[in-house]
Design a binder for this molecule. Structure first.
Ligand SMILES: *[C@@H]1O[C@H](CO)[C@@H](O)[C@H](O)[C@H]1NC(C)=O
Ligand SMILES: *[C@@H]1O[C@H](CO)[C@@H](O)[C@H](O)[C@H]1NC(C)=O
Ligand SMILES: *[C@@H]1O[C@H](CO)[C@@H](O)[C@H](O)[C@H]1NC(C)=O
Ligand SMILES: *[C@@H]1O[C@H](CO)[C@@H](O)[C@H](O)[C@H]1NC(C)=O
Ligand SMILES: *[C@@H]1O[C@H](CO)[C@@H](O)[C@H](O)[C@H]1NC(C)=O
Ligand SMILES: *[C@@H]1O[C@H](CO)[C@@H](O)[C@H](O)[C@H]1NC(C)=O
Ligand SMILES: *[C@@H]1O[C@H](CO)[C@@H](O)[C@H](O)[C@H]1NC(C)=O
Ligand SMILES: *[C@@H]1O[C@H](CO)[C@@H](O)[C@H](O)[C@H]1NC(C)=O
Ligand SMILES: *[C@@H]1O[C@H](CO)[C@@H](O)[C@H](O)[C@H]1NC(C)=O
Ligand SMILES: *[C@@H]1O[C@H](CO)[C@@H](O)[C@H](O)[C@H]1NC(C)=O
Ligand SMILES: *[C@@H]1O[C@H](CO)[C@@H](O)[C@H](O)[C@H]1NC(C)=O
Ligand SMILES: *[C@@H]1O[C@H](CO)[C@@H](O)[C@H](O)[C@H]1NC(C)=O
Length: 481
């Protein structure tokens, strides 16, 4: 369901400043809480937006004939001045090859209209880096809205359906892309400024869904993302090397990672995600694993994570440092699905280690978890590495309930990708390694009373690698108490 929120044309002159700043509880040293300010409306000019309908450019909307030329002509007919231009899709189904947005253009895909991505390799540009149904490159004031749908026809890329994990097509015969992940993404903003995606559904991507790369000032709100639960790599929102990103009121139900900040070619600063509901067969929130540069100033608030394979995750592997991250007011349930997906039901998973012998070690510091409740089949895993410590971690007002309701047996810790891989290890409520400074305050652990024997220790650490742990008001007991 997509909630219609920003609607009126009266917003044209107004710049709405979305200001999010969560007060931290006072008893503890505070992690810096980022405040991201963004113009929510891209229509910052005094002009009314020009509206062009794709049907006036010959689009059939019959879902059978390609409407690519008509759609692209409508976009290209938008003035190259600063006038905002809305390219409108009336109800209908518009089959298309890659379409390219330019500055000041917003796609207005109306309710009951679907932009349907082609499934043939000829539908996409030659370079696999540009395999998107909708692509904006080096543009400013661009976006998608309207209440309709962008659909990648992901199920048409399934070679063999499988309840554990589908086997997918790979366009790896081109020389442009190798491996088994060569499929088009759905929507990409690369090197853009002032990106605005709202009131739209993004469905069935063949690969990643919404990709924000080297962008500044991105606002994503009131969107829903749906991907097949058994399809690999259908991530929700991947935010790479980008600054000032605000995500709010989103609903993501997909097989792969839901909100995924990464760094490949530069740092990522200031990302907030709030008021979201997530279900995934992988990690709900995942840092990395691409992590060559720093991540700084991220905030996640008021998020429900439902029956996911992993809740809040960090897979730092390439030498980037992570700092100043707050997770607040988050309810998590995690369960085990299948070993072919990342995650082993950990509600919170914070790891940094060198991916391989050539990789650098990044650190993770100033991380606050406050007002978190979790029900899960596995414990919290906090693992730094010798030269990439976890430091100044705080858990405040955290309730962890442990039980098992699938066939999951535990007994392994997961350092993948790379590092030590999967390692046999007794199960614990919180496993801690290579940490300098950990504060645990008002933390309850509750155990299913009929299963408590399946767990070895509430807390597991060695003083040789964990220095300065502080517990205040820690409680462990049976669930029914
Ligand atoms: C945590 O929850 C308490 C009680 O509901 C509330 O007063 C406090 O503001 C919350 N803290 C944060 C950082 O949201
Ligand atoms: C991140 O946000 C902070 C606080 O609002 C601001 O001072 C800083 O300039 C921002 N960083 C970038 C790279 O935009
Ligand atoms: C991003 O938004 C901020 C606040 O509105 C503004 O000061 C800044 O110039 C914008 N950055 C770019 C690159 O447009
Ligand atoms: C969309 O389709 C539904 C179901 O056919 C219909 O009830 C509704 O009026 C349509 N809305 C628009 C804006 O066309
Ligand atoms: C966008 O900018 C990047 C970096 O400057 C450049 O490599 C790329 O060719 C540009 N793309 C287009 C379509 O102009
Ligand atoms: C191409 O993709 C197929 C299907 O996923 C895979 O089995 C094969 O190994 C890949 N070949 C290359 C050269 O990457
Ligand atoms: C984000 O901000 C950092 C720090 O100011 C800067 O190094 C980086 O180039 C910025 N990224 C983009 C995409 O502008
Ligand atoms: C939390 O997010 C939900 C949407 O997931 C929203 O309905 C609710 O109003 C939000 N709560 C607060 C306190 O903002
Ligand atoms: C988490 O659960 C508590 C208790 O059921 C509820 O009050 C709170 O609103 C929930 N928060 C979220 C983000 O779902
Ligand atoms: C991470 O921090 C270490 C120690 O301060 C530093 O040597 C390294 O260059 C940082 N990594 C990056 C990607 O900036
Ligand atoms: C944790 O449980 C205690 C006791 O039931 C309750 O008072 C508290 O509000 C809960 N805190 C959170 C963050 O759910
Ligand atoms: C546990 O495994 C059995 C046998 O493989 C299977 O029939 C059953 O559905 C599984 N239960 C759950 C909850 O996964």
């Amino acid at each position: 369901m997509v909630i219609s929120f920003l609607h009126s044309s009266q917003l044209i002159i107004t710049i709405i400043i979305l200001q999010i700043s969560v007060p931290l509880i006072q008893s503890s040293p505070s992690a810096s809480s980022p405040t991201v300010q963004l113009p929510l409306s891209t229509n910052i000019d005094n002009n009314s937006p020009l509206t062009l309908s794709v049907t006036d450019f010959g689009a059939t909307g019959d879902g059978i004939h390609y409407d690519t030329k008509a759609i692209q002509s409508a976009i290209d007919a938008c003035p190259s001045s600063n006038t905002p231009c809305h390219v409108t899709f009336p109800p209908g189904t518009y089959l298309t090859a890659t379409i390219r947005l330019k500055s000041h253009v917003t796609l207005n895909i109306q309710e009951n209209a679907t932009l349907l991505g082609g499934t043939k390799i000829e539908d996409y540009p030659k370079e696999s880096s540009r395999w998107y149904v909708v692509l904006a490159e080096n543009a400013s004031d661009v976006g998608i809205t309207g209440g309709g749908v962008v659909d990648g026809q992901g199920l048409k890329f399934v070679v063999t359906k499988n309840e554990r994990k589908n086997v997918m097509v790979s366009w790896n015969q081109t020389g442009e892309c190798s491996g088994d992940e060569c499929r088009p993404r759905l929507v990409g903003f690369l090197g853009c400024r002032n990106v605005h995606v709202w009131n739209v559904r993004l469905n069935e991507p063949a690969y990643w869904c919404l990709h924000i790369v080297r962008c500044v000032n991105t606002s994503i709100h009131d969107i829903s993302i749906y991907g097949d639960f058994n399809t690999p790599n259908n991530d929700g929102i991947d935010i790479e090397d980008s600054n000032n990103t605000v995500i709010t009121r989103c609903n993501i139900n997909t097989g792969d990672d839901a909100i995924c900040p990464k760094t490949y070619t530069g740092p990522l600063y200031n990302l907030t995600a709030t008021d979201c509901w997530i279900r995934t067969k992988s990690s709900a929130i995942k840092f990395g694993s691409a992590s060559s540069f720093d991540f700084k100033g991220l905030m996640f608030n008021n998020i429900t994570i439902f029956e996911s394979h992993r809740g809040l995750g960090f897979q730092i592997r390439d030498g980037g440092n992570v700092s100043d991250v707050t997770f607040s007011n988050i309810n998590i349930s995690t369960r085990y699905y299948d070993p072919s997906w990342w995650g082993r039901a950990e509600p919170i998973y914070v790891t940094t280690c060198p991916r391989d012998s050539k990789a650098k070690e990044g650190s993770i510091s100033n991380i606050l978890f406050v007002n978190i409740t979790a029900t899960s089949e596995n414990g919290v895993f906090l693992s730094g590495s010798e030269h990439g410590l976890l430091s100044n971690l705080r858990f405040i007002n955290v309730n962890l309930t442990y039980g098992r309701w699938t066939n999951y047996t535990g007994g392994l810790v997961d350092y993948r990708p790379g590092c030590q891989g999967l390692v046999n290890h007794s199960s614990a409520g919180i496993i801690m390694e290579h940490i300098e400074g950990l504060e645990v305050e008002n933390v309850n652990m509750r155990w299913s009373d009929d299963q408590a024997e399946e767990w070895n220790n509430p807390l597991d650490f060695r003083p040789s690698t964990v220095d300065n742990i502080y517990f205040l008001n820690f409680h462990s007991g049976f669930k029914k108490q």
